[in-house]
Ligand binder design. Sequence first.
Ligand code: C5P
Length: 398
Amino acid sequence: MRRILLGVGGGIAAYKACELTRLLVKAGDAVQVVMTEAATRFVAPLTFQALSGREVALDLWRPQATGGMDHIDLARAADAFVVAPATADLLARAAQGRGDDLLANLLLARGALPTLLAPAMNRAMWANAAVQRNVALLRGDGVRIAGPGSGEQACGEVGDGRLLEPEQLLAELDALLAPQVLRGRRVLLTAGPTWEPWDEVRYLGNRSSGKMGWALARAAWERGAEVVMVAGPSALEPPHGARVVAVQTARQMRDAVLAELQRAAVDLFVAAAAVADWRPAQVVAGKLKKRAGEAAPALALELNPDILAEVAARADAPYCVGFAAEADDLHAQAQAKRLRKGVPLLVGNIGAQAFGSDDNVCVLVDADGVRALPRAPKLQLARQIIDEAATRLPERRP
Ligand code: C5P
């Protein structure tokens, strides 16, 4: 269980901190909320109290802790400090090391506590030189700045300054606490299914939801990597922090992967996509019509390129991780596939159990043998897989 100190500043985006509290509690975290006086004008402390199950700390002069040391004790008792929303005023006070309310005092007393500030304000305020100066100072002091996002603002303007969404803040917190084993590394992934058109409206596809590839992209980004994900069609929101290149067919996926390898050196390539092995040999223009009395049309297939095998065979191949969705005899099949594809590490799973589900069971297969990863949520498995791969990466290229 992580103990999260959540500071809430006085901005309209404070309502998103309620949802963040709920997400954290759902994830099993213990959340202690601290609000500025201004924040209480936007959201009642009782809302946070109900969501976190704890009394909200508000007042420097009426501490809850025995001994009256809230302004120090709350920081001592936490594993991470998140301030969302961090207003321009709060950023200024934190940058200057002021202690004019409980939240500012806690920021002063944070010591080595991992700290994340999520700014939220009007776009002109965010662009203000003083705010940018304060953000740079805080970064220099070792604070992680999350966002801000871009888009429509409460004031009716459009631009930078929106608080990140609660799910994104949760990802930022996970990244704050993750070992930065991939800092300075570039990770390229394929993810999701491919759709192979037959005519204008029909395609050959598969049941891949993209969940595992998305989780791997998130895990790699949490660990400090620059992440590019070449993704087939999926209903999932793009993973926070990763650059997504959207494709439909296997050939488009291959071209996008080769273009990324061309653009800059890649340290780790993870082929998590469920690439269609075959595509219709002819794509019919328009829509194939069913006519009474006519036989069903024949569908001839041809082989798609094997993206993973092609990348693994390059002279400048990154460290490659493949996936194998098998029907049975997982260990032997996965080991055979690893050798066939020429990759150092392969993740095997049972396809029918893996596709679409939120959790999975895997085996990791390398030249030394097999390691089982017991059933767990895909994000947890993805973190284990990425950590395994990270320990095997060769030294950085010059
Ligand atoms: O041969 P099979 O499809 O079982 O291999 C699975 C692995 O190869 C996965 O890592 C998948 O992403 C990759 N693959 C690929 N291009 C293909 C087929 C599979 O990159 N055409």
